[in-house]
Design a protein around this ligand. Structure first.
Ligand code: HEM
Length: 116
């Protein structure tokens, strides 16, 4: 079971890599919202929720930290939705929305690593 949890951590990291990598590509390019970002968020969310369940051997889970990450993830999801909608209707994403997606994604990774 412990190896399974480690595999889910890996999947969680893949989700982060896909979301943040997709965003960096666009930050250096046309600054659009792409399907890759939506997929990355979905992968990180599903794996993160699985990791947030009490598995019994990971020590005590920090639920303040997990809750903070969940709220930030929901905000990123809302921004992806708002940005994709604006992109469809007006042809571009508001800069504040685009940059916040990257900043909040990085903030969630920083919280994961630095909040002990
Ligand atoms: C964009 C959103 C997210 C990003 C970028 C992110 C990033 C990360 C990273 C980089 C780690 C590895 C940290 C380490 O091993 O030291 C991690 C671990 C973890 N994440 Fe997330 N995360 C996100 C969303 C979530 C959500 C929504 C939850 C739960 C509701 C969650 C729960 C966890 C848990 C429980 C771990 C610890 C795994 C372990 O080492 O036992 N994450 N996250």
């Amino acid at each position: 079971m412990e190896i399974l949890r480690h595999v889910i951590v890996l999947v969680h990291l893949v989700g982060f890599a896909v979301l943040f990598g997709g965003w960096v590509v666009e930050a250096l390019g046309k600054r659009r919202i792409t399907r890759v970002m939506h997929w990355g968020l979905a992968i990180a969310a599903v794996a993160g929720l699985a990791l947030a369940a009490p598995w019994g051997f990971e020590g005590s889970l920090n639920y303040a930290k997990i809750g903070t990450k969940l709220v930030i993830l929901l905000i990123i999801g809302a921004l992806l939705g708002i940005g994709a909608g604006r992109q469809r209707k007006q042809g571009s994403v508001p800069p504040a929305v685009f940059w916040l997606i990257g900043v909040l994604t990085l903030a969630n990774a920083a919280i994961a690593v630095l909040w002990r």
